[in-house]
Write a protein that binds this ligand. Structure first.
Ligand code: BES
Ligand code: ZN
Ligand code: ZN
Length: 478
């Protein structure tokens, strides 16, 4: 799909179909026929006037995320037709409101389909989308600004789709070593460094918490370390991803219904890969390290058990009381690895860590947790900029007590049924060194990472949650 900007008025651009985003029904060119068909311009409402080859899509208010959703609706509607080119007017001179960026992202996210496992594949007939850079009033738009925004939005949305596909692939197709190959391919393509640690290396690094989780799997666990190093980086950031290529729960086996879709448990890893893909393509001047714990949590005679006591990389002992709380064990060691090997200014981790985060915030919102209010605020702002829903969940010293163990330094689950998203993050906090407390932030993406029924521009399956918000945050990093 080719997206271009032309320095012409909409009516001077050649294309088969015109897409019009309508905030209301007044003063529209085809007001009469639209009224006749009952078009109300409500959000995502569509009306196609074949006589005029124009698709109208409603937008409830002048907000970028509503345009993002409407653009996705437009492209989904048109993909059922056979047209190959379409044109769109200018709604935001010089991208001041981020609406131009949103339209590009909405189109690319909305056009996404996942048909790897379908025998019949449908090809999108739309080959060219042309944006006009001129408004009727002609407020002096600058092509350069729009071109830049186009490249940014295009790159970020494609990287999001890349993460979505990885999440959507089955555990038979993406197991830990396969994920390492995916990372190696990305490294080759985008000029990154890639180091992969197998089980012997993990043992040499004393990463026994991570190793225990993967012990019953026929697939060896892998730690993947990708590095993007620009010439003069303004900052160094470590991105740590939970890469459970399958989470059966282990001996604390998940009930049948909760196990379905647990291929999603590698989403944090896929988010890290997506961020690194876009950051390297956009040549951001931030040094980025991606550290991924790729593990499969299975059952078997060799499985780790409730009652085991594990020693993590940093020397702390962990009493296992539930083998389904495995992500935090993998992350404890990966965070230890990242802190030992990389002198970073920021450490972000991404994980589908807790069902409790869904209970707390709903399925659309990422929970962010950490000690630095400043960091939480700035990531929250990036959430607003990108339309990704983000909310902070606060730590407190009372909840921390729920992780006490009678026989080890800490238990891997809380002894109370409340506040599970926060206690999971407080468990991770045990593995953050004192000097890094304010550099660290945890993203629990258990809700938005996987879409069970589509919402906005997110269709069924992996969503790439965390990719767009983090890239926006990296762009604003001073
Ligand atoms: N991967 C799951 C969390 C999850 C649940 C992600 C639903 C996405 C959707 C995680 O490993 C897990 O099983 N957590 C347990 C923790 C509990 C045993 C303390 C949970 O949330 O039930
Ligand atoms: Zn689990
Ligand atoms: Zn899990």
């Amino acid at each position: 799909m080719n997206i271009l900007i032309k320095e012409k008025h909409l009516y001077d651009i050649q294309a088969e179909v015109t897409v019009v985003f309508a905030l209301n029904t007044d003063e529209l060119l085809h007001e009469g026929p639209l009224k006749e068909l009952g078009f109300k311009a409500s959000q995502d409402e569509t009306c196609y006037l074949s006589e005029f080859k124009t698709l109208y899509v409603g937008v409830e208010a002048n907000e970028h995320d509503l345009f993002r959703a409407a653009a996705a609706t437009a492209i989904k509607t048109l993909s059922k037709f056979t047209y190959s080119s379409l044109k769109i007017a200018q709604y935001d001179v010089n991208n001041k409101e981020g609406i131009f960026t949103a339209l590009i992202e909405g189109i690319i996210l909305g056009a996404y389909t996942f048909d790897m496992y379908k025998s019949e594949k449908k090809e999108n007939t739309i080959k060219e989308i042309v944006f006009s850079s001129k408004t009727l009033e002609d407020e002096g738009s600058q092509a350069e600004i729009l071109e830049k925004a186009l490249i940014y939005a295009y790159t970020v949305a494609r990287a999001t789709n890349y993460a979505r596909t990885l999440v959507n692939m089955t555990p038979e197709d993406i197991f830990p070593l396969k994920l390492a190959h995916v990372a190696a391919d990305l490294a080759k393509e985008n000029n990154l460094e890639c180091k992969v640690l197998g089980e012997q290396d993990l043992a040499d690094e004393n990463m026994h918490a991570m190793l225990s989780v993967g012990r019953a799997s026929r697939h060896d666990s892998q730690l993947i370390h990708l590095t993007y190093k620009p010439k003069k980086p303004r900052a160094v950031i470590s991105l740590v991803g939970k890469g459970l290529t399958y989470d059966s729960g282990g001996l604390s086996l998940k009930p049948a219904a909760s196990m379905v879709s647990m291929k999603l448990d590698k989403s944090g890893a896929c988010t890290v890969l997506g961020i690194m893909k876009a950051a390297s393509e956009l040549k951001l001047d931030v040094e980025i390290h991606g550290v991924i714990g790729a593990v499969e949590n299975m059952v078997g005679g060799d499985a780790y058990k409730p009652d085991d006591v594990l020693t993590a990389k940093n020397g702390k002992t962990i009493e296992v009381r539930n083998t389904d709380a495995e992500g935090r064990l993998v992350l404890a060691d990966c965070l230890g690895y990242a802190q030992e090997k990389i002198k970073a200014d920021y450490i972000f981790d991404y994980a589908t860590l807790t069902g409790a985060c869904l209970v707390a915030l709903g399925q659309y919102t990422t929970g962010i947790m950490g000690h630095s209010h400043k960091l939480k605020h700035s990531v929250g702002r990036s959430g607003t900029n990108t339309g990704e829903l983000i909310s902070a969940l606060p730590f407190n010293r009372y909840l921390k007590k729920q992780l006490k163990s009678e026989i080890a330094d800490i238990s891997n689950i809380s002894n109370k049924p409340y506040g599970g998203a926060i206690t999971a993050a407080m468990f991770l906090d045990e593995f953050i060194n004192e000097e890094n407390k304010n550099k660290w932030m945890h993203f629990d993406i258990a809700g938005p990472a996987y879409v069970e029924s589509s919402w906005g521009y997110n269709s069924y399956g992996g969503s790439g949650a965390g990719v767009r918000v983090t890239l926006d945050w990296l762009m604003g990093l001073k």
